[in-house]
Each structure stands twice: as structure tokens, then as C-alpha cells.
Write a protein that binds this ligand. Structure first.
Ligand code: MCN
Length: 801
């Protein structure tokens, strides 16, 4: 087989296992038939959003059935008693705060961990938690951006105004440009808090080996190396004493980037102290109240533009709700502040944000990570301009596009990775033309009229975005050709459902010339690849993909050297097809890769010239190294990839919606996506990623919101009350078309795809709802997400004369 697999819709190799129920998740690790041997942890969590802890009485727990340990902050020592790490510091984060693994003297959100109990089973652990008595002095809770800004009460006494950070970036003089512009508009937009909601929640299992002084930790994470470093620091261990293994992960979507969670350090500590394996698996309520949320932002936009709709100045001010602590620094608002520019080039730009504390659970980047908010700001602005000028919404976007010949395009801003915000490639006008065709933009007005004649309200909307993907600093890969000819690939980052085992096998099969079924990919196991950053920012395809490609090339170069020696030909005369190295034009002169692997081992096998196969095992010829002088033995390749800067994927979405004139029910009739992630490894997987992202985006547009009351209680902390789209709410056909503008920054021309689907969805749907409603209520605009039927109904009342 010589067909290249890159670009092919190859079936996902992992799916058979998952569909047969053979997935192995963290909670499945160390499970014995009797359930014996593993202890279980449960956590006492704060019932108050803000309170001083006056006293914790664990007396009743000490004698409780099956209890092995109960710990509060008082029991933590050394680094364990220090706050958890602040993962991404930033000079603007003047008042960064992180929580303790167990609250010391104050709790700042409902769900914050206060005490940790280990017992024979989870039931006994939960029963014991219920016996702990805590005296609190409740304090006023700060809930929502408005309350944080009013600063009548402070989340942290030593953080004035509740402001964790203020950041200001500017290019040119936006206020002056706006003042001098032919036209000006102002918008106020608000985005609710939401959350990732993977099917598998957080889970951690640890085993301490006292004989070797080593810790084995299985955890459901997006970064096994990050957890390893954090746990080693907290437990005072060398990195080499900690192995972190990531079994199958049932979704992450960002929430599993945070490291370590309190439970991720408490569980290994318990395993070491108690001398028995310990496990913690959160339940859904715990996931709601004590993992992480995102999205919550209030935004104010001022824009100046000319008669064509060309933006001459854009001034954005927003407030980001970072919850009670800032373990992930400013990453979300920084992404909003740079990525809201999308495919456009405003003449001048100013963006200012405050990241504010509230008495709510922490924020970690949720798929899209600040971009859906930025896209909502920019695309609502584009719609407002079009509306004001009475122009088609696609025309206004087109006059603002960066043109293909302007790449690389330097925005003269600083990107989230601290490097200049420079777009590498793209073709936005071509994307827009594709999208218009795909959704039937030009034909829509006739359809709208036809529907109006039947008393039905339909609308069309669109939104464009750009996504910086594949940020550094590096990822690595190790490719090992076994003596059987099978290829084992190890990547450092973890996988949560993105199909990495398939795509990286495709790349290796192509580069090495082996069958894909002979390639096995292992991810997120620090025993196999100890250096890695993790899975986030849509970086695996760019980063690990490039590393895998380079490592496979190294293994191939070595294989050709060894085979050339064995076959007594020049390397340049050789080819590898289906795992066999042969002389070009003389296929009978060949040797399989398994044998090449044998020959590259100093413990030589006897090699039978006639059958071209390894026979007897023996110690090799001491006078002759198994491979070339300058090479190491073994048929392996290892390489790391580190990019100069991020590569910018882009795309455009269009939605056609129907709004019920009586009930305000919103139905998506059609959804179209044009997407450019550079060279595509596997279009089926990319389309799956986009479909999943759009589904999540529909949730953000219409349903998902964390409903806190004024005292900081989360009112909808279960799937009974938190609305997510089911398959019934997702339109049957999400039409996807690709445009491939390869990235010049990496060897395969790849850009990321994993978050794209979610970024412009709310903006596109808001645009479509507005269009559907506009004919009967011209002054109505959608300025908040999500928008539910009841909110639409209320808006209608406000805009009905
Ligand atoms: N791909 C491709 N060709 C390209 C780009 C990507 O074939 N040009 C493939 C990749 O090889 C990979 C998939 O598409 O199999 C996504 O690639 P990439 O954009 O590199 O994203 P990552 O693999 O780094 O995944 C992270 C991204 C993020 S940040 C979140 S959040 C997210 C997401 O992916 N969480 C997910 N998709 C998810 N999908 C599932 N099922 N579960 C999650 O938790």
C-alpha cells in the first residue's frame, strides 16, 4: 500500500475499544473483584461562598467505621501547607491568589475543600465526612462581575477593589480615531458563566511503593507531566520518583488542565502515609461546584467606522469573572483581548480588562478559552455596523478582512504566549465565499419572505473567527520499531477523545512506510515520555504531529542505514513500503523492518542471508557495531518540536434559525461551517471535532449558564437543572467545508482544529435570532449569551411598541 494516509478519512482506531465498553478510565484502575486493597477518599466542602473557619471538630470521625485518616489544613506540612501553584504568572497579575489544598482559615466559594477523609470504601468515607462539625463566621459573598466591581465587599481582604489584574494593550490612538470617525456605535454585552462538563469527572488513584520510594499516580488529566511536577514539588520528591499515567480520559474540554487539584496531591500523600493505594473519583455535584467554570464576562465596546463599514478605531473594555482564585493566571482574558480581532484589521485598537475576584469556583480555560467571548464582541459589533449602515452583514465583514497578500500579518500586540501576535496565513475572502455558497446566503431573503407569508419567522446570521493554535514551547515524540516490525509511538501529551491514536499513527505510517495497523500510539505516560506540556490550545496536531513526524523520520533514517549495510547497497537506493525495505527497482532484494530492528541491536541475532531473516540469537560481532559509528543502537527515533510562534487557524459559521412567534422557542434549521486548519491529517476527525465544538457552542448560545444566587449558592448544580443540548437540539446536518491554507511555520503545514467549532457559534446564532426578529421588532438586539426562549420573550416585550 503506497497511498498517503495524510488527508484521508481514516476510521478512528480507538473507537472499537470504546464502543465495546473496553475503555479503561482512572476509576477502573486497581479495581479488584473484591474491591479490597484500595482505600477511598471523600472531601468535606464548604457550604458557604464566603466564610471564616472558626473551628473544625473531627472527633466523631476518628472512631467511625472503616476510617483510616481524616485531615484538615492543620495536618498539612511543608510544601503541602503552601498554596497550590499559580501556573501561569503574568506581570499584570498583581494580586494573584491560589487556594490551599485544604482551606486554612477562610473559604471563598461553595465547594472549596476543607477536610479529607480516607476510608475502606466511598460510602464509609462519605458517612465520615458527614460527622465533621465546622463552625463558620459567614461573610458577605461577592457574586458576579457587577458586585465585584462595586467592591462593597472584598473576596480577599488584601485585594483592593476585587481586582486581580488590570491589563491595557493599544495600537494607535483608538479613542481619537473613534472621535474623528464618520460613524460611532457603543455596545454592552454580557456572557454568562458556563462549564466543560466532560462525561468523566475528575479522578485520581495513587500507589506508593516503599521498597523503591516511588509513586505511581493515575489521573484523569490533560497534562500528565504538569501533574507530575506539581505532585513532586508538593510531596518533596524528585521528578524521577513520580510516574504519572493517564488512562483513557472521558473528555476534558479544558477543565482537566488545572494541576494539581487539591485531591491530586492529597490522594498520593494519603497513599504514602497509609501505605495503601488510595482513590478519589468526584461525583457530578462536586464537578459542578468544585472543579472550574469559564466564560463569565461583561464587555463594553466603542467603535468608529466609515461609510463602507470599515472600522477605524475599536475600544474594548471588559471585566472577567475569575472566581475566587487565579491558578491559571490571566490566560482567559488575555486570549479574549487579542483574539477578538478575528480576521479583521481595525485601524487602531485599544483593549483594557480587569480580572475580578468573585466568591465562585475558579476559572480554567474552557474549549475556546476566552475566544467565544471575544468573537461575540467583535461579531456583534460587525452586525451592529451593518445594521446601522443598512448594508449586508457579509459586505461589512469583507471590507474589514486582512487580505491574503498581507500575511504574515502583524497586529503589533502581544499574544497569550508572550510573543508577537502575527497571523501566519489564511484566505478570509475565499472562506466567506465558500460559506455564502454552503449556507445559501444570497438565496435566503427569498426563503425568508416565503416563510413570512406562512407566518413563520426565520433569520440568518454569521460569525467569523481566528484561533491561535499550536502554542509552544515544545512537544516530543518517541518512535520505536520493535523486532516484530510493529511500531510503538509515545507522545507526551494526553488524549481526551480527539483521536490522537489514529492521526499520529497515520503520520508515522506515512513517514516510515509501514501499515497503519502496525503502529500503536501511547499518550500521557511519563514513563514513556517524560517531557511534555499538555493538551490544550488546540496544539496536539501542530506540536505532537510535528514531533511525531520528525521522530519517525529519524527512525527511518536509521532503518535505511542499517538496511543499506545489510543489503550492501546505497541508502539512496532504498525504499520502505508496507514495513519492508527494498532496493528500488529490485523488490526481491529486501529486508523487513523487524529484521532491521534486530540488526540494530548489539545483541545480534544470526542473520540468514538466504531467507533474509534473523534466526539464532547471539552476542554480536564485537568488532562491528550494529549500526553506523555515530548512531546509538536500537531502531528508535526521538525528537522534539518547538515552534517560533502560534499558527492561526480560522473559519466562519452561518446559522439559519426559526423563532416561534408565540412561544419564542428557538430552532436551528441549518448550520454551516467553513474551516481552515491548514493541512488536514484526517478530515473525518476534524469534522467530528467541529461537530462536537458546534454542539458545545449551541449549548453556550442557548442553554448553558451557571445560575448563582446572591449568596453564592449554585442553584443548578445537576444535570436535572443545568441545561445542555441533547442530540434533539443539534441540527441534523452541520455542513462543513474545508479550506486548506498550510501554515509556513511547521513541517506539515498544520493548524489546530480542536476548539474551532465552539468559538463563533453563539455569535452566529445571536446574529440569526436578531435577523429573525428584526422584521417585527427593528430595535431589538441580542446582547447576552446564552439566550433562552424566556429571555427572548422578555426582550420581545421590551421591544414591542
Ligand atoms: N487534526 C487534523 N488535522 C489538522 C488539525 C487537527 O487531523 N489540521 C486532528 C488532530 O490530529 C486531533 C484533532 O483533530 O486528532 C484535534 O486536534 P488539535 O486541534 O490539535 O487539538 P488537540 O488534539 O490538541 O485537542 C485539544 C482541543 C481542546 S484545546 C479541547 S478543550 C478539546 C478538543 O480539543 N477537548 C476535547 N476536543 C476535544 N474532543 C473531545 N472528544 N474531548 C475533549 O475533551
Amino acid at each position: 500500500m503506497t497511498t498517503k494516509l495524510m488527508g484521508q478519512k481514516v476510521q478512528r482506531v480507538e473507537d472499537q475499544r470504546f464502543l465495546r465498553g473496553q475503555g479503561r478510565y482512572t476509576d477502573d484502575v486497581l479495581v479488584t473483584a473484591s474491591g479490597a486493597g484500595v482505600l477511598h477518599a471523600a472531601v468535606l466542602r464548604s457550604p458557604h461562598a464566603h466564610a471564616r473557619i472558626l473551628d473544625i471538630d473531627v472527633e466523631a470521625v476518628l472512631d467511625a467505621e472503616g476510617v483510616h485518616a481524616v485531615w484538615t489544613y492543620e495536618d498539612l506540612q511543608g510544601p503541602m501547607a503552601e498554596p497550590l501553584p499559580l501556573l501561569i504568572p503574568h506581570p499584570a497579575l498583581t494580586h494573584g491568589r491560589t487556594q490551599f489544598a485544604l482551606a486554612r482559615d477562610e473559604v471563598n466559594y461553595v465547594g472549596e475543600a476543607i477536610a479529607f477523609v480516607v476510608a475502606e470504601d466511598r460510602y464509609l468515607a462519605e458517612d465520615a465526612v458527614a460527622l465533621i462539625r465546622v463552625s463558620y463566621e459567614t461573610l458577605p459573598a461577592v457574586v458576579g462581575v457587577e458586585a465585584a466591581r462595586r467592591a462593597e465587599h472584598l473576596v480577599h481582604d488584601d485585594v483592593p477593589g476585587n481586582v486581580a489584574a488590570h491589563l491595557d494593550q493599544r495600537v494607535g490612538d483608538a479613542p481619537a480615531a473613534i472621535a474623528a470617525a464618520a460613524h460611532r456605535l457603543e455596545l454592552d454585552l454580557s456572557i454568562e458563566r458556563s462549564a466543560c462538563m466532560p462525561m468523566e469527572g475528575r479522578a485520581t488513584v495513587a500507589r506508593w511503593d516503599p521498597d523503591t520510594d516511588r509513586l505511581q499516580l493515575w489521573t484523569s488529566t490533560q497534562t500528565s507531566t504538569g501533574v507530575r511536577a506539581a505532585v513532586a514539588v508538593k510531596m518533596g520528591l524528585d521528578l524521577g520518583q513520580v510516574d504519572v499515567i493517564t488512562p483513557d480520559v472521558g473528555g476534558g474540554f479544558g477543565v482537566k488542565i488545572n494541576h494539581p487539584w487539591p485531591e491530586e496531591v492529597l490522594v498520593p500523600m494519603a497513599a504514602r502515609v497509609l501505605g495503601q493505594p488510595v482513590k478519589f473519583t468526584e461525583d457530578r455535584r462536586e464537578h459542578f461546584i468544585s472543579s472550574a467554570h469559564e466564560r463569565g464576562q461583561e464587555q463594553h465596546i466603542e467603535v468608529g467606522f466609515d461609510d463602507e463599514g470599515r472600522v477605524v478605531g475599536l475600544d474594548v473594555r471588559f471585566w472577567h469573572d475569575n472566581g475566587a482564585y487565579t491558578p491559571y493566571g490571566l490566560i482567559v482574558p488575555i486570549i479574549t483581548s487579542t483574539q477578538l480581532l478575528g480576521p479583521y484589521k481595525p485601524g487602531s485598537y485599544r483593549v483594557r480588562f480587569d480580572s475580578v475576584y468573585t466568591n465562585t469556583v475558579i476559572v480554567t480555560p474552557y474549549r475556546g478559552a476566552g475566544r467565544p467571548q471575544g468573537c461575540f464582541a467583535m461579531e456583534r459589533t460587525m452586525d451592529a455596523i451593518a445594521d446601522y449602515l443598512g448594508k449586508d452583514r457579509t459586505e461589512v465583514r469583507a471590507v474589514n478582512f486582512i487580505q491574503p497578500e498581507e500575511f504574515p500579518y502583524d497586529h503589533q500586540l502581544v499574544f497569550q504566549d508572550g510573543r508577537p501576535l502575527v497571523y501566519d496565513s489564511g484566505d478570509y475572502p475565499a472562506s466567506l465565499e465558500k460559506l455564502k455558497r454552503l449556507v445559501g446566503w444570497d438565496e435566503f431573503p427569498a426563503f425568508q419572505q416565503e416563510m413570512a407569508a406562512q407566518g413563520r419567522e426565520v433569520g440568518i446570521g454569521l460569525a467569523c473567527y481566528v484561533e491561535g493554535t499550536g502554542v509552544g514551547p515544545y512537544e516530543g515524540a518517541h518512535v520505536h520499531i520493535e523486532t516484530s516490525g510493529k511500531v510503538k509511538v509515545a507522545i507526551g501529551l494526553t488524549t481526551q477523545g480527539q483521536g490522537h491514536a489514529t492521526v499520529f499513527a497515520q503520520l508515522v505510517a506515512d513517514e516510515l512506510g509501514v501499515r497503519m495497523e502496525d503502529v500503536e500510539v501511547v499518550s500521557g505516560d511519563t514513563r514513556r515520555m517524560a517531557y511534555s506540556v499538555g493538551t490544550f490550545a488546540s496544539r496536539a496536531a501542530v506540536m505532537s504531529g510535528s514531533a511525531v513526524h520528525l521522530a519517525a523520520r529519524r527512525a527511518k533514517e536509521k532503518a535505511l542505514k542499517v538496511a543499506a549495510d545489510a543489503l550492501e547497497v546505497d541508502e539512496s537506493d532504498l525504499q520502505i513500503v508496507d514495513g519492508v525495505v527494498s532496493v528500488k527497482g529490485a523488490p526481491s532484494s529486501a529486508i523487513d523492518l523487524g529484521t532491521v530492528s534486530v540488526l540494530s541491536n548489539p545483541l545480534r541475532y544470526a542473520f540468514d542471508e538466504a531467507s533474509q531473516a534473523a534466526t539464532q540469537f547471539s552476542v554480536g560481532d564485537p568488532g562491528k557495531p550494529p549500526v553506523a559509528e555515530d548512531d546509538e543502537p536500537g531502531l528508535e527515533g526521538r525528537d522534539f518540536y518547538s515552534p517560533d510562534r502560534a499558527t492561526f487557524a480560522s473559519g466562519m459559521h452561518a446559522a439559519i434559525v426559526e423563532t416561534d412567534p408565540r412561544t419564542a422557542e428557538i430552532t436551528i434549521l441549518k448550520y454551516a461551517v467553513v474551516h481552515d486548519c491548514g493541512t488536514i491529517i484526517n478530515p473525518m476527525i476534524v469534522e467530528g471535532q467541529i461537530h462536537g465544538g458546534v454542539a458545545q457552542g449551541i449549548g453556550g448560545a442557548l442553554y448553558e449558564k451557571m445560575a448563582y444566587d446572591e449568596s453564592g449558592q449554585l442553584l443548578n448544580a445537576s444535570f436535572m437543572d443545568f441545561l445542555m443540548p441533547y442530540v434533539t437540539e443539534i441540527p441534523d446536518g452541520i455542513d462543513v467545508d474545508h479550506l486548506e491554507t498550510p501554515s509556513p511555520l511547521n513541517p506539515l503545514g498544520i493548524k489546530g482544529a480542536g476548539e474551532a467549532g465552539v468559538i463563533p457559534t453563539a455569535a452566529a446564532i445571536a446574529s440569526a435570532i436578531e435577523d429573525a426578529e428584526r422584521h417585527s421588532r427593528p430595535s431589538m438586539s441580542i446582547a447576552a449569551m446564552p439566550i433562552s426562549p424566556s429571555e427572548l420573550y422578555t426582550l420581545r416585550q421590551e421591544h414591542t411598541a
